[in-house]
Design a protein around this ligand. Structure first.
Ligand SMILES: *Cc1c(COP(=O)(O)O)cnc(C)c1O
Length: 498
């Protein structure tokens, strides 16, 4: 299988090259030139396979320049019980007969980003070797909170790599911030940036495509790479948990062979839900994708009328990992649904860049609206949903998952479609303990650690070890940069000054 760019289909790269480069030079995202199908024999294997086996299977289908042994060994390490608190890695919890919660937060940072970022360092190290790259891979990450910590945890002290993480000051939760500022490792750097997530992400994208900065970094012995969800090495491991969730439902008899399911995902950069789209293309019978947004509801509008318009107010919400106005991975969906038409994508993306908006053709919109339902939920309703799920099911969900549950409920009410739905639960409720506690009606004026203990006492749930331990560690990184300073900061990072 080869990879081309959403903005240039004349490229023919191996997956290792696509993973090393992260983003294509033309600004496009790497995509496979075909999507592998799951055969009937493979289905028989997958239904009784372990999570690691299912993940290795999916990786093998897309990363054809990696050997089976390589991928098996990566999966054993990345999805080991040292890293995940359950061997199922992504277990399914039935909230009722119809709603299956796919718990994606059992990894070392308690958010779904671990599912991909525990794997990416192995893929990237091996890809560097395969492509004959001698320079150090300098991973630059713009994060709205969860990616940063998960990437730091994945890359810390991985040979041949170093990682710098930038997050919007005042745009992440206290616990998220402390998770990052206390990160250990000799190859890590963390800084906050003045601005919101889109500001940070745009600044990073600029650095990536700036030939002069790339040249200077190269003189410092570094090549830029990304761990953001635009990297293909992030996308593939995410496909695996939708495949796994589907076969879990089948194995447990919650659905029968041939039944279609729906998938509901709390969405920001569109990476997670896009992985479900690839799972469907592989043959997993998914009828509808329910795309849930918070008050930053640019996608909700897009799925309603085909116009992507980022010219709107940016809201800081209680589901901060979804506070995004430019959902980068949407470009891949538009590319595939346009019949892999790079020229169309270039046209839309330059419109987005110049005017802040684009409208897809009616052909593309027809396909999109047949597959996707968009909905959004404000902060107050997010808290109400946490409270009602807890009182009805004695089950705690975080704010991001609550956005999805809220939109799911509305979808069922509006359409009457009550097919079994796999709903991606993207963070442990403890990670957003302040909001969860206020949803449960508990007054809070304490700092981070106390919050975790109060939530634990109130609900009887245990504080996850990766979260309780950050309060014993010292904060190592208390830097703040402006956007203008970022290129300089990045260069200092590549030459080892910081
Ligand atoms: C990153 C994140 C999301 C959004 O995922 P995308 O792939 O960016 O759409 C949702 N919830 C949580 C908790 C996250 O960390």
């Amino acid at each position: 299988m080869k990879y081309f760019s959403t903005r240039d289909t004349s490229l023919k790269l191996d997956s290792a090259q696509a993973i090393v480069r992260g983003l294509s030079k033309d600004g496009g995202l790497f995509c496979p030139d075909g999507i592998p199908k799951i055969t009937d024999d493979e289905k028989k294997f997958l239904i009784s396979a372990t999570y690691r086996e299912r993940a290795a299977f999916v990786l093998g289908k897309f990363l054809t320049d990696f050997s089976e042994e390589e991928l098996n060994s990566f999966c054993e390490k990345a999805y080991s019980t040292e890293k995940f608190d359950t061997p199922a890695c992504a277990p399914v919890h039935m909230l009722d007969e119809k709603l299956a919660i796919l718990e994606l937060w059992h990894g070392p940072t308690c958010a779904f980003k671990d599912m991909a970022l525990q794997m990416l360092p192995y893929l990237l190290s091996a890809s560097l070797k395969k492509t004959g790259e001698k320079r150090c891979a300098a991973i630059l990450v713009a994060t709205s909170g969860d990616t940063g910590k998960a990437a730091l945890e994945g890359f810390a002290d991985v040979e041949g790599t170093k990682i710098a993480v930038f997050y919007p000051k005042d745009g992440v939760s206290k616990i998220q911030e402390r998770q990052m500022t206390t990160q250990s490792g000799n190859n890590v750097y963390v800084s906050s940036v003045v601005g919101n997530f889109d500001d940070v992400q745009s600044a990073m994208k600029k650095i990536f495509s700036d030939e002069e900065i790339r040249g200077k970094a190269s003189e410092n012995g570094c090549i830029f790479s990304s761990a953001n969800s635009i990297n293909w090495g992030r996308a593939v491991p995410q496909i695996a948990y939708y495949v796994s969730g589907y076969f879990d439902l089948l194995a447990s008899g919650k659905i029968s062979e041939g039944d279609e399911i729906n998938v509901c995902v709390p969405t920001g950069n569109f990476g997670n839900i896009l992985a479900a789209f690839y799972a469907r293309e592989m043959g997993i019978p998914i009828k509808k994708f329910i795309c849930a947004s918070n008050s930053n509801n640019v996608l909700t509008d897009f799925f309603r009328d085909g116009k992507y318009d980022k010219r709107r107010e940016f809201h800081v919400t209680n589901s901060p990992a979804m506070d995004i106005l430019i959902s980068s991975n949407l470009e891949r969906l538009v590319f595939h649904l346009s019949g892999n038409d790079d020229k169309t994508v270039v046209k839309y993306m330059s419109k987005l860049n110049e005017d802040g908006a684009y409208t897809v053709s009616s052909e593309i919109f027809e396909k999109i609206s047949a597959l996707f339902y968009g909905g959004c939920c404000n902060g107050e309703d997010t808290l109400k949903t946490i409270s009602s799920v807890y009182s009805e099911h004695n089950y705690l969900i975080d704010t991001h998952t609550a956005v999805a549950v809220n939109v799911y409920n509305r979808y069922v009410k509006e359409t009457g479609d009550d097919s079994v739905t796999l709903l991606a639960s993207t963070a442990s409720p403890f990670k957003f303990a302040d909001s969860v506690l206020s949803a449960l009606g508990i007054d809070i004026n304490q700092g981070g650690e106390e919050l975790l203990n109060i939530l634990s006492k109130t609900t009887g749930a245990k504080v996850p070890l990766p979260l309780s331990s950050i309060f014993e560690k010292e904060e190592r990184f208390l830097n703040t940069a402006t956007r203008e300073e970022l290129p300089q900061t990045v260069l200092k990072f590549t030459n080892g000054e910081i």
